[in-house]
Design a protein around this ligand. Structure first.
Ligand code: GLY
Ligand code: MN
Ligand code: MN
Length: 435
């Protein structure tokens, strides 16, 4: 890590909006994520906690952002891993205390080694301590051992702030969307009958790496029936001639995620049955995107995709009932047998970003506002392995999802992932076409 992703003024403005909403006798202690080991002494790649990234852009392990009051002012201190030649030889260079103060949007920096001594007097003096517990055992112990400082949750305030993306954030999200779109195109071009799911994964992820990015969630590459398993990611089957492959893969740029799904025939030609389902899902997706208008309630997008899917399932003879019955109470009718997940989610520093749906736990439903970014991702799944529901022979083994990333603007929805092809003609022209 050599610099912050966004401008100092953006971080300082976030800090000021956040801290301005806290009672004066509060203390903030914002830890990053712990390092998690996958095997003996080998750790999973580190990903900083999104809240500390949001507030100060610190992306290295081992950090706590503190904010305390001095008179009328809030003062921010970043506790970081100190310079240590021996550790740096093994783990990489550290910015150190001086580098943190000069390069990051904080007032002070201290070594993590000093955290107990530095934090305790502030804990003793405050009434509420705003901290995400469970991430840093040292902090958790200091807080539980303090006299009277009540633990408070900072995330509702921060989640509300994170819902609307700034122009700087949208630039990163567009970059992330562009890289992910190009990776899907590269994978479509490289596809052939008999290809391994892992090979498609490698085309996708090598494109991420080549563009100094990395995945924002484990890539899903499901051929045939595997496409009907929503979080399939073993990616270890070969995909036969005549099957579809569903690829749900996105990347991260400066912490900001993209999340794209495309579905294509490995032999480059949709069969009639695949075409019927694909066209229906595409129609639902376009209706979902069109519903993303300023002022509309969050649920209107799910309702728009659901109506199209339910009517289409009736028209295709999969459901034999009225539209009202297919949709059922609260949009939980029998069409949900074939469309089991939500129609979308907020997107940002987390792939399933904060702030979707309802405002706070019991608050009113959120309405679309300019600056929100969300996914629109209807799908239909006819797993031939399903014995609990009726799977028409005609569609057995077909799973289709189409997912785009959408920015809400006053002028209507803007599809950040529009450079990723999704019409049948575009896809058929691309698959297997290396020229
Ligand atoms: N990739 C996870 C999702 O689409 O929500
Ligand atoms: Mn996805
Ligand atoms: Mn998604």
């Amino acid at each position: 890590m050599s610099e912050t992703a966004l401008s100092d003024s953006e971080y300082l403005s976030r800090q000021s909006v956040f801290l301005g909403q806290l009672p004066e006798d509060s203390l903030v202690l914002m830890p990053t994520n712990p390092v998690v080991y996958r095997s003996n002494d080998t750790a999973f790649p580190f990903r900083a906690n999104s809240y500390i990234l949001y507030l100060c852009g610190w992306s290295d392990p081992g950090a706590v952002l503190m904010a305390h009051r001095e008179g009328a002012e809030w003062v921010t201190t970043l506790f970081i891993q100190p310079r240590d030649t021996k550790a740096e030889i093994w783990e990489g260079r550290r910015v150190g205390v001086e580098g943190t103060v000069s390069g990051w949007p904080v007032d002070k920096a201290h070594s993590l080694e000093d955290i107990a001594d530095s934090v305790t007097p502030h804990l003793d003096a405050c009434t509420s301590v705003y901290c995400i517990s469970g991430l840093n055992p040292v902090l958790d112990e200091l807080i539980s051992g303090s006299d009277g400082a009540e633990l408070a949750d900072p995330t509702p305030i921060l989640d509300d702030m994170r819902v609307l993306k700034s122009n700087e954030e949208i630039r990163f999200m567009q970059e992330s969307a562009d890289i992910a779109s190009a990776s899907h195109i590269a994978a479509m071009r490289a596809t052939f009958p008999g290809i391994g799911e892992w090979q498609i994964q490698s085309f996708i992820e090598s494109h991420f790496t080549a563009n100094k990015s990395r995945w924002s969630y484990p890539s899903i590459v499901g051929g045939g029936d595997n496409a009907t398993i929503l979080h399939y990611n073993s990616n270890d089957d070969e995909i036969s001639d005549g099957e579809l492959v569903l690829v749900d893969a996105g990347c991260e740029v400066s912490g900001y995620a993209s999340d794209i799904t495309r579905t294509w025939p490995v032999n480059g030609k949709f069969s009639d049955q695949q075409r019927e389902i694909y066209e229906l899902v595409l129609k639902a997706e376009l209706a979902g995107i069109e519903s993303c208008q300023v002022g509309s309630p969050w649920s209107s997008m799910h309702h728009a995709t659901s109506r199209v899917l339910a009517q289409g399932l009736i028209d295709l003879g999969v459901l034999d009932c009225s539209l009202e019955d297919a949709l059922g109470d609260d949009f939980n009718g029998p069409f949900r047998n074939y469309f089991m997940h939500g129609s979308g989610h907020m997107l940002g520093l987390d792939v399933h970003d904060v702030g979707g749906g309802r405002q706070g736990d019991d608050g009113p439903e959120r309405k679309f506002e300019p600056g929100m970014v969300l996914t629109v991702e209807p799908g239909l799944y006819f797993g031939s392995w399903r014995t609990d529901i009726d799977i028409p022979d005609r569609y057995a083994g077909i799973g289709v999802r189409i997912e785009d990333n959408v920015l809400i603007t006053a002028d209507g929805p803007v599809v950040l992932t529009s450079s990723c092809p999704k019409t049948i003609d575009e896809i058929e022209a691309l698959v297997g076409n290396n020229g």
